[in-house]
Structures are given as C-alpha cells and as structure tokens.
Ligand binder design. Structure first.
Ligand SMILES: Cc1cc2nc3c(=O)[nH]c(=O)nc-3n(C[C@H](O)[C@H](O)[C@H](O)COP(=O)(O)OP(=O)(O)OC[C@H]3O[C@@H](n4cnc5c(N)ncnc54)[C@H](O)[C@@H]3O)c2cc1C
Length: 274
C-alpha cells in the first residue's frame, strides 16, 4: 500500500445502521480457522476498483452493539459483489457503490483487528487519519473555488462600464469571506496534524473538530463562489460547479457533521461519546 501498488478501501457503513458505522448489524459466523461474512454495505468508495476491502462486522460471539472485528477481504473473494457503477451526484474521481457479502469465507489470520476489537481500531487507528484527510480535502476544494473566483472577478468585464467584476464591492467582500475561511481552516488542519504528531489532552477534541469545521467551511465557500461568479459558475469552464458538488460529500461522510457536533458537545461536557 505504501508503495502505491495496492489500493484498499473502507467497507464500514451498512444498510441497517446507516451512518452509524461503529455499530454494524451484520455478524460473522465461523470457527477458529475460518469466519464467514454476510453483510449489506451501503456505500463503499472505489468499490469494484480496489484490490481489497477493509470490512467491519459484528464479531462471532458479539454481545455488545459495538463488538466488531475488521477483516482484510480481497476483491476476488467468492460471495462478494458490487451493485454497479455510481449514478448519483457527480463527484471528482468517485466510484462509490453498495457492496454485498454473502457468506464470504475469510481465514481468521486475515483479521485486521483483534477479535471483537474492531470498534477500538476504528476510533484509534482509522478515525484520526480519516478526519484529518477529509478536512484536508475540504480545504483543497475551498481553496480551488476561491482561486477560480478570484480569476473570474479579475478577467470578466462589464464592457459598457469599462470595469471588471472586481470593481463590485459586494463581490470583493464575498471573495474576502472565502479567503478568510480557507486560511482559517488551513491553519486549523496544520494545528490538528501537529496535535496528532505530538499528542496533548485536547488532541481527540481537535481531531473531531477538524472534519466538521473544514466540511462546513467548504460548503460556505463553494456556495459563496457560486453566487459570486453568477451564471458563469454554472458553466463547467470555471470549475466552481464541480467544487460545489465535491464539497458536499464530506458533510455526510460518517461521522457526519451532525454526529461530530454531538460528539464534540459531549466531549466538552465530559459525557461518554457512545
Ligand atoms: C460519496 C460517498 C462515499 C462514501 N464512501 C464510503 C466508504 O468508502 N465506506 C463507508 O463505510 N461508507 C462510505 N460512505 C457512507 C457514509 O460514510 C455515510 O454512512 C452515509 O453517507 C450516510 O448516509 P445515510 O443516508 O445512511 O445517512 P443517515 O444515517 O440516514 O443520516 C441522515 C441524516 O441524519 C443525521 N444523523 C444520523 N445520525 C445522527 C445522530 N446520531 N445525531 C444527529 N444526526 C444524525 C445525519 O447527519 C444525516 O443528516 C460514503 C457516502 C458517500 C455519499
């Protein structure tokens, strides 16, 4: 993977528990050597394109809702199927699809977490990187929209007035708001990366905040870009309409912004997250 020779993806979300990825409703069966996985995964990014899947499911002897195990499942495993190509909202490089596992046999040495320890691995290993990378993508999308808006304001003319769109104060003010949001989030992402590098008591809080803050900022920035560039924003040549579509995914990717706000509020009030 590190050499870029093997692509894998997370198959966590299930039809039954929706965005509550920490509580799969599917449950593994099996013995000491082989486990059989049967699950309906609702969304898997790059499904059908990757070499393997990281699949979560309730453990064989699970008693708790969050007693899960993570497995390595190769793309050609018997019983694994993908529900066809993406037909929804256009997103850059996106090929997400539902995925079904029907009694997929997995050797127990292909477990990626300890038996029943998938929940802990999701939170301590997967979540911090997912949050930080998702936040970085949101900042990148917002940066692209801001840059395209700036170029459009400078290049587009009101010929009858011999002025560019940059001469309109309201458009300049919107560009300023966009830049402030981008710069604020970029600094915060760097701060969170620093906290992950050198952990402090507030590291988990910062990690939780990072995706929520950047996703919300990207929505605001791309909405401002659409309004600031006017009808031209609807055309593909600016790229702003694509930024507008791409920015929307981070908000609903689990943990969704709603759930993150709840987690952050609970953390601030010394309440358990789950
Ligand atoms: C393009 C795309 C790619 C994806 N790729 C992957 C992937 O690779 N792997 C993977 O595992 N999943 C993936 N997902 C799934 C994603 O992580 C979410 O699970 C999914 O988007 C949730 O959609 P849903 O309709 O089930 O939402 P629902 O869970 O039905 O949520 C509906 C609304 O309720 C809110 N809500 C839900 N629970 C709470 C709560 N406790 N408190 C407050 N509000 C709440 C949500 O924020 C949302 O606004 C992907 C999703 C998308 C859109």
């Amino acid at each position: 993977m590190a050499r870029g020779e093997h692509l894998s993806t997370l198959a966590f979300s299930e039809k039954g528990s929706r965005s509550h990825f920490w509580a799969p409703v599917s449950q593994a069966e099996g013995d000491a050597d082989v486990h059989r996985l049967t699950a309906e995964k609702s969304w898997v990014t790059s499904a059908g394109q990757t070499d393997s899947y990281v699949v979560s499911t309730r453990s064989v002897a699970a008693a708790e809702m969050t007693s899960s195990t993570l497995y390595y499942v190769p793309r050609d495993a018997a019983g694994l199927s993908i529900s066809g190509p993406w037909t929804g909202l256009g997103l850059r490089g996106n090929a997400s699809a539902p995925m079904q596992l029907a009694g997929v046999a997995v050797p127990t040495e292909h477990r990626l977490s300890g038996e029943g320890e998938g929940f802990g691995a999701m939170l301590s290993v997967v979540l911090p990187w997912f949050q930080l990378c998702s936040a970085s993508v949101s900042v990148g999308i917002a940066t692209a929209a801001t840059s395209a808006t700036r170029s459009h304001l400078m290049a587009s003319k009101l010929e009858h007035l011999d002025q560019s769109l940059a001469s309109l104060m309201n458009l300049r003010a919107r560009l300023a708001q966009m830049q402030i949001a981008v710069d604020t989030q970029r600094v915060f992402v760097a701060h969170v990366a620093g906290r992950m590098e050198s952990p402090a008591p507030d590291t988990m809080l910062a990690v939780l905040e990072s995706k929520a803050a950047a996703a919300e900022a990207a929505l605001q920035v791309t909405d401002l870009a659409m309004r600031t560039c006017g009808g031209a924003a609807f055309s593909r040549h600016l790229g702003v309409e694509r930024n507008f579509r791409d920015a929307r995914a981070a908000w609903v990717m689990a943990p969704t912004t709603d759930v993150l706000h709840d987690f952050i509020g609970k953390a601030l009030l010394d309440m358990p997250l789950f």
